[in-house]
Design a protein around this ligand. Structure first.
Ligand SMILES: C[S@@+](CC[C@H](N)C(=O)[O-])C[C@H]1O[C@@H](n2cnc3c(N)ncnc32)[C@H](O)[C@@H]1O
Length: 274
């Protein structure tokens, strides 16, 4: 099952490589959350909206040959990348499923109570209707199983201080671009009601927001995003050559003076199926 609604950041090689760099930067946070949720050897895990599968490969190593990781996405090029990597790394416990998480029928693709844990990061924010995704989570998770979500609750805390006027403008244009495409960059605000309303129990919540100098890993991740996404904003008519000139000036200046990069506010939520 594939989607007619394309992922707004694209599924080409540039975005695949950016997702790889992004996962390396956030890997420790992801692994810490998996440990808190009790993910471990022998378990059956789902990675929903897995992308090219960088986290799914780590999860496959975590569950080992006695466990399984089923990775779902609607982007075939990403799933093909994951299958190729799983094969190269001798991780037969990884399987993929092409699935449009918008489709009401998505949850019917999985057996009830079929998994011990679910990992889902940076996916609900891109869906114009996340209800089928929530339904699928609740159907698939066995009693006692855990769901780990990493999603943004406030994307526009993304800032460069001092003097990040062009960065601030860029952030507002990104939000407009995603909202035009049906996404919600503050999706985590809707998760407590949506998941509690489906019977899940909230076990833990924390902020994963960071504030770093220009050379910090997460500061570089933000700078990487500004560079990689500006052509798409420009193509959408939301970013001019003058905007880009000012942005590049700010990027150069932030390395010559003390500056702070503040990330969008990401939250980690761990839920349990009673
Ligand atoms: C920002 S990427 C995150 C990938 C991965 N979860 C990670 O943390 O690296 C968003 C992913 O959501 C997927 N996606 C977006 N809309 C989707 C849909 N309707 N059905 C299934 N997957 C979707 C995209 O293809 C992409 O792989």
């Amino acid at each position: 099952m594939t989607s007619s609604v394309p992922y707004v950041l694209g599924t080409g090689t540039d975005e695949l490589k950016r997702l790889d760099r992004q996962h390396r930067i956030w890997r420790n946070d992801a692994q810490a959350s998996w440990a808190r949720a009790g993910f471990g050897p022998g378990q059956r895990l789902l990675d929903l909206g897995c992308g090219p599968g960088f986290a799914a490969l780590d999860l496959a190593e975590l569950v080992g040959p006695g466990g399984s990781v089923l990775a779902l996405d609607n982007a075939e090029p990403y799933l093909a990348h994951l299958r190729q990597q799983a094969n190269a790394r001798s991780l037969p416990q990884v399987t993929t499923l092409a699935c449009d998480l918008h489709a009401e029928a998505a949850s019917a693709l999985l057996e009830p109570d079929c998994c011990d844990g679910i990992w889902c990061r940076w996916v609900a924010m891109f869906l114009h209707d996340p209800q089928p995704l929530f339904d699928l989570m609740v159907r698939a998770l066995r009693p006692g199983g855990r769901l780990v979500l990493h999603e943004y609750i406030q994307w526009d805390t993304f800032a460069l201080v001092p003097g990040g006027e062009a960065v601030g403008r860029f952030v507002q244009r990104c939000i407009a671009h995603w909202q035009t495409n049906g996404g919600d960059p503050h999706i985590a605000r809707r998760l407590p009601a949506a998941l509690e309303g489906r019977g899940l129990r909230l076990l833990e919540a924390r902020s994963l927001q960071a504030c770093e100098p220009a050379s910090g890993a997460k500061a570089l991740w933000l700078q990487d995003f500004l560079r990689s996404y500006s052509p798409q904003l420009a193509a959408a008519g939301l970013w001019s050559a003058n905007d880009q000139h000012q942005l590049e000036h700010e990027l150069a200046r932030c390395r010559q003076q003390a500056s702070l990069w503040i990330t969008p506010t990401l939250v980690e939520l761990i839920w349990e199926q009673p």
